[in-house]
Design a protein around this ligand. Structure first.
Ligand SMILES: Cc1cc2nc3c(=O)[nH]c(=O)nc-3n(C[C@H](O)[C@H](O)[C@H](O)COP(=O)(O)O)c2cc1C
Length: 192
């Protein structure tokens, strides 16, 4: 890959949501494995490699949908609940080729939590760029149901924390330009 291709790939990466995924179009096992392989090369301070993944497919996607709907009904005041949200929650996992649960395994004796959240985030960026290169839509979803209340559902160990869900699916969203303000507005150059 040359630098122009790398620049283009980074700029092309978008959050692509399940509503545009092509339902029932499977993602091959070896592609999912490559996405995870690339995740595994993220930087990691003190080599703790804190990323852990659960790949949900088929019946596991139905179980995820059931969990999200049940959590919503339990934790949202009845007057605020909408059929639209319930429909979305029950359909989104099933529209996906797979959903990868993003888990951080803590090494509290070695480094602060933020460094391990950062390492997992870098692994997710590797996954996201890899999906972009395969023309697979993907996005990081972080509902509180999954980041705050999923310990039992995911059977997390005491030293594990779930940071969200990574939805993946072939899609028919046209290329969308990124919405970003210029990096120059966020940068200070110091020469002395
Ligand atoms: C840590 C993290 C959590 C995110 N959680 C959500 C989410 O819960 N729901 C959502 O719609 N998008 C989520 N996103 C995706 C952002 O909404 C998306 O990246 C943003 O809109 C910019 O769009 P782009 O990625 O296509 O440039 C998350 C992104 C990150 C980095």
């Amino acid at each position: 890959m040359n630098i122009a291709e790398l620049n283009e790939l980074i700029k092309k990466r978008r959050a692509i949501f399940p509503k545009t995924y092509i339902k029932d179009k499977e993602i091959a096992q070896d592609i999912i494995e490559q996405v995870l392989e690339n995740a595994n090369y993220a930087p990691t301070h003190r080599l703790t490699e804190p990323w852990r993944f659960r790949v949900l497919r088929e019946g596991a996607l139905q179980r995820l949908a059931d969990f999200l709907v049940a959590d919503y009904k339990k934790n949202t005041p009845p007057a605020e609940q909408t059929d639209f949200k319930i429909k979305k929650m029950s359909e989104n996992p099933l529209r996906s080729g797979c959903v990868i649960v993003l888990i951080m395994k803590r090494h509290a004796d070695l480094l602060p939590e933020w460094e391990e959240i950062a390492a997992v985030s870098m692994a997710v960026q590797n996954m996201w760029l890899t999906c972009t290169a395969y023309d697979i839509g993907s996005y990081w979803s972080s509902p509180s149901a999954i980041t705050e209340r999923s310990t039992d559902f995911l059977q997390l160990a005491d030293d594990e924390r779930c940071l969200g869900l990574f939805y993946m699916g072939y899609h028919n969203t046209p290329d969308i330009p990124a919405q970003r303000t210029p990096v120059g507005e966020k940068t200070v150059w110091l020469n002395d």
